[in-house]
Design a protein around this ligand. Structure first.
Ligand code: 6PG
Length: 485
């Protein structure tokens, strides 16, 4: 049986000996990250090979912390000092419930299980309640940054009791990404709040990616540019306001060549997008909360439609091929307009994301700190960007109730919204599918319309169902119209 090591100290800070279950790509990388920071980690996985690999790697890299592979759950639990802290990085849903079921009878009151998977926040709420009833502690934490992030510093969004958070805060902040000296790892509120924030992070990630894909589509199919030329544009954009991890890797994807054929990788990859559910959940939750999420919805729908390749091919045969590039387009000018539209689209998308978070915070009484959320997203995670730095500044320094009403973003939208209009006009006018750009423009137009068309909706509702409406000249009083004589 693995021996219990005494906790040792570094810089006056007590090193943790924690457990980690699930030594897959992410789990293995995170174990090495913790070991690099000097922590002792007991490992448990169905695959002894994967554990041996991680242990071997920690040794060969000469990491200061120790990784201990445990033969079974009992050995694993016994190896940990009480009260125990166990991180779990297994697929969400059934696999996580099985791990919890396996651990429960072996643990003692006060022991903590922390889920670092992409769990649905409603499952996390349930698990927190169920486990706390039995005297155990449970944290739901979203972790972002892929395998590279897990190894060298992910962004972490935690939710659950403050007491549970205090237990793992130090080792997690230690191993998280840093923006300057600030760890991109924080606790945001009770229950499923951490996983809700991670879910929304992914929803925004979907919308960011869709805007990039639509820009690529307009440059390729609208302006007749090659993937290489597009990669060069993305590289340029990554030096300006669109500087972000996703823009950086979009350039790399566009510039990459297939080693087998020498063709551009983008011309080789099947146009059928996968998804695991967090984007869809974000849209569903936004609808439940009554918050706008049209860019995320556009991104999910684009992935859904892309997945049905056969129907797309049949429809193309029925309605004619995709539009040809416009020959007389001034490319340099068009690319500048597209960059500007991307900025406006991104602002609309993040504004929607924060609207959803604010609604969730109000409805679930989570008291979420929007500035802290945007600060955690500045490094380590997939949506990291200079843009988030600007957003966190706004939340830190103004109490404007809507991101776009904050002076700096109001100015950005005044500058960039005309380009959004131009891109939507060019794209739709020439027969291209640009659901995210169109959603951004519609959102902006709806939000800035003082007198909307909902008077007609109210009139219709009252006509067929006597649902009442308010008069402009007497707001507050619910009245019926003169429809039925
Ligand atoms: C992250 C990513 C990560 C994962 C997504 C991909 O923050 O590190 O978002 O969570 O890559 O789950 O989601 P899809 O497979 O749905 O695109």
């Amino acid at each position: 049986m693995a021996k219990i090591r005494p906790k040792d100290k570094r810089d006056g800070y007590l090193m943790a000996h924690i457990g980690l279950i699930g030594i897959g790509v992410m789990g293995g990388a995170f174990a090495l990250n913790l070991a690099e920071k000097g922590h002792t980690v007991s490992l448990l996985d169905r695959s002894s090979e994967k554990m041996a690999e991680a242990v071997g790697e920690a040794k060969s890299e000469g990491l200061p912390g120790e990784l201990i592979a445990c033969a079974d759950a009992e050995v694993f639990v016994q190896s940990l000092p009480k009260p125990r802290s166990i991180l779990v990085l297994v697929p969400s849903g059934g696999p996580l419930d099985s791990v919890i079921g396996m651990l429960k009878p072996l643990l003692d009151k006060g022991d903590l299980i922390a889920d670092l998977g992409n769990s649905n926040y409603t499952d996390t709420e349930r698990r927190v309640a169920e486990l706390e009833d039995t005297g155990l502690m449970f944290l739901g934490m979203g972790i972002s940054g892929g395998a590279e992030g897990a190894r060298h510093g992910p962004a972490i969004m935690a939710g659950g009791s403050k007491e549970s958070w205090a237990r793992v805060k130090a080792p997690l902040q230690d191993s998280s990404a840093k923006f300057g000296d600030d760890p991109c790892c924080d606790w945001f509120g009770p229950g499923g709040s951490g996983h809700f924030i991670k879910m929304l992070h992914n929803g925004i990630e979907y919308a960011d990616m869709q805007l990039i894909a639509e820009s690529y589509g307009l440059m390729a199919n609208g302006f007749g540019m090659t993937p290489k030329e597009i990669g060069v544009v993305f590289k340029e954009w990554n030096k300006g306001p669109l500087d972000s991890y996703l823009m950086e890797i979009a350039a790399e994807v566009a510039l990459a060549e297939d080693p087998k054929t020498g063709k551009a990788m983008l011309d080789i990859i099947l146009d059928k997008a996968g998804q695991k559910g967090t984007g869809r959940w974000s849209v569903i939750e936004a609808l439940h909360l009554g918050a706008p999420a049209s860019l995320m919805a556009a991104a999910v729908e684009a992935r859904n439609i892309s997945a049905d390749v056969d129907t797309r091919l049949e429809m193309e045969a029925a309605f004619g091929p995709s539009p040809e590039p416009v020959s007389d387009v001034d490319k340099a000018e068009a690319i500048k307009t597209l960059e500007s539209a991307m900025i406006a689209g991104k602002i609309c998308s993040y504004a929607q994301g924060f609207e959803v978070l604010q609604k969730a915070s109000d409805q679930f009484e989570w008291d979420l700190d929007m500035a802290a959320i945007s600060r955690v997203w500045r490094a380590g995670c997939i949506i990291r960007s200079v843009f988030l730095d600007e957003i966190s500044d706004v939340f830190d320094n103004t109490d404007e109730r809507h991101l776009i009403l904050a002076p700096v973003f109001k100015k950005h939208m005044q500058t960039h919204a005309p380009a959004l209009q131009a891109v939507a006009t060019f794209g739709l006018g020439n027969g291209h599918a640009i659901p995210a750009f169109a959603a951004a423009l519609n959102y902006h137009n709806m939000r800035r319309t003082g007198r909307s068309t909902a008077n007609m909706i109210q009139g219709l509702r009252d006509y067929f169902g006597a649902h009442t409406f308010e008069r402009l000249d007497n707001p507050g009083e619910k009245v019926n119209g003169p429809w039925h004589g």
